[in-house]
Design a protein around this ligand. Structure first.
Ligand code: MEV
Length: 320
């Protein structure tokens, strides 16, 4: 895997782009309110293929333009005035699972459109992918979209490296930095419970308005800051302890779920630690396997009714 992030080059249609999904290790939800977050791009991908056509359609469906808010926003923001497109999308990332399927779709569309319009650099692509996801979702941070654009491990509002780029919304600026890869394998497992990122983000926002909200946010930030440092130094014991603390905070703000707790219990004997990943309230967990116990961990999660995947860091979105 190369972590150099060259610009997306210009290509004439047809163009095909492939984006990884993502796994949040520390700091989901709190990042929306400006706290640090650690995320890595996972080797489950969404691929988008675009060629000119007489009408715009997605996987043969012309109504998708109206029904799919990510596609509609991507066309409005990154393909305005362009010719109709026949689009195909295939994905190995489970949908509404907290593993970045919408960020990957937004980034692959933005990369394909950017390429067909003369090429685009990563900083601009990260902003475009975020704008598409945020317009479609109504709320959120650029953590997911910047990670799938950059590839590898990424810190939002934290880390020690020179920023790769900054991403802006109307009321906030986030800094995005590379974090070195400790070379670990992770296991994620989808609970099968679909959830809405927007609803979960709004519910946590309300929870953080309570009297102890500022204190909770400060605790989320501390865990993520220490977690970024521990991952960068390859400190597995430190990371395991911080994963447990992060999960307690996520429970406290109300985004765990009985099915997620059941998966965390099932993972425990074969994992150094585990937590929910993404928006929660359903979706997925991430576990750091006891070395050598990866297969046993996958077996335990599958037996408990989860859909497990062994994941490793992936390069960012690219043309294929
Ligand atoms: C969703 O993958 C992560 C959240 O922090 C929302 C966001 O950052 O946009 C819950």
């Amino acid at each position: 895997m190369t972590l150099e992030a060259p610009p997306i080059p210009a290509r004439a249609l047809p163009v095909s782009a492939r984006s990884p999904g993502k796994c949040i290790v520390f700091g989901e939800h709190a990042v929306v309110h400006g706290a640090p977050e650690l995320v890595f791009a996972i080797d489950l991908h969404t691929q988008v293929f675009a060629r000119s056509s007489d009408t715009t359609r997605l996987n043969s469906d012309p109504n998708a333009v109206r029904r799919n808010p990510y596609l509609r926003t991507a066309l409005e923001r990154a393909w305005a005035g362009g010719p109709p497109l026949d689009l195909r999308a295939v994905s190995r990332i489970p949908r509404a699972a907290g593993l970045g399927s919408s960020a990957a779709f937004a980034a692959a569309l933005a990369a394909a459109f950017g390429s067909a319009r003369g090429g685009v650099d990563r900083a601009e692509l990260a902003q475009r992918a975020f704008d598409i996801e945020r317009d479609a979702q109504g709320v959120g941070s650029p953590g997911d979209t910047s990670t799938v654009v950059a590839g590898g491990y990424v810190a939002i509002n934290g880390g020690a490296e020179v920023p790769l780029w900054t991403v802006r919304s109307a009321d906030r600026v986030w800094e995005v930095r590379r974090v070195s890869d400790p070379g670990w394998v992770w296991v994620v497992a989808h609970s099968g419970i679909p959830r809405s990122t927007g609803d979960a983000v709004r519910a946590v926002g309300r929870r953080l308005e309570a009297a102890d909200g500022a204190e909770l946010l400060a605790e989320f930030a501390k865990v993520a800051r220490e977690g970024i440092r521990a991952v960068a130094h390859g400190d597995r014991a430190g990371v395991a302890e911080l994963l447990r603390r992060n999960q307690e905070l996520l429970r406290e703000v109300g985004v765990s779920h009985p099915r997620l707790e059941a998966l965390l219990d099932a993972a425990a004997p074969a994992a150094e630690a585990a937590k929910l990943t993404g928006a929660g309230a359903g979706g997925s967990i991430v576990a750091l396997p006891v070395p050598g116990q990866e297969t046993e961990l996958v077996r335990r999660l599958a037996r408990a009714g989860g859909l497990p995947f062994v994941v490793r860091p992936s390069a960012g979105v690219e043309l294929v």
